[in-house]
Every structure is written in C-alpha cells, then in structure tokens.
Design a protein. Sequence first.
Length: 184
Amino acid sequence: MDFEKYIQMFFNKVENNAVAIYNEFSLQHELGIFLRNVIPKPMKVEFERNIGFFNNDAKCVKSEMDIVIYSSDKNEKYAIELKFPKNGQYPESMFSFVKDIKFMEQVKQIGFTNTYAVTYVQDKLFHNGSKIDGIYAYFRDHKILHGEIKKPTGQKDEILNIQGNYQIDWCNLGNQGNYYMISI
C-alpha cells in the first residue's frame, strides 16, 4: 500500500485549505480520518495504539503509535508517528523528531510492513536559520541523519542510535507551512 502517496494527498488538502491543522491533535485526527476514507477496506485505522497489541515483548523508545493501519489478521501493518511543534524549542523539538524516527525503526524491526515519521511545521526556523551545526544540520542543511544523536540540551544524557540513513527534505505548502515524511 502506498502510504507516501496518501500522506502527500493529505498535505495537498492542507495546502489548499481543505483541511485545517492547528495543533498536533488535529493533525493526528484529520490524517486518520482522511486515511479511513481512502484506504481500501477492511484495513483498520486506529489512534494511539500501544505497541504491546502487536508484540508484547517489544522494547522501544516509546510505547504508543500515533496512527496504526492494519489488516484483521495483523499480517499487514503500518505505523505513522506525527509531530507538529508549536512552541519553538528548536533543538529539543528536533531531538523529538529524531526519537520518532528511532521509534519507527524499532516498530519496523518487530515486523511492521512499513513505518513513517511525519513532521509538520508552520515555523520556518525548523528548516531555515543561521545555525546549521549539531542537530540543526539534519533539519536545515540536509546532513544525513545516521548514527549516534545526542540530546542537544539539558543533561544531554540521552543518545539515540539511528540505524538507517535519512535525509530530511521539507515539502513547502505555501502559506500553510512545511512538512517532511520519512519512510522507514
């Protein structure tokens, strides 16, 4: 199933003002409702599903997936993790973007067909700004996201090890903001 196409279709609706996104909750529910309407039945679309529903032994950096889509026999399953930061805190938010990617890598490793990390922003400083070193380089300067990523602020004691190689390519939605989608 081509979820990249569906997610792009959804953001085309956002760009054309056919769907209003004003916080992360609205993003999750509007995307989930959209997917329920375009995905062939009998696939299920559910929100905030715990990873234990699919694998009791899974040890992941998070426990609940924002959106899951799966067949009744659970042989085909997809997960989408979403972010829509509204309060700046750029390095902290960027680290949470990385955590979502790590989580989706872990979910894929336990047997999901495919997983996606999607971030939508209306604040251009997530993708543009004078600072392009450290964690900023992945989101502002196209540096490949891979390997050990350290928490950039606070105690800096959290390290995420990203297995894949991901380039953050922001898609412009005109006056509505920007988003990126990483397929794991």
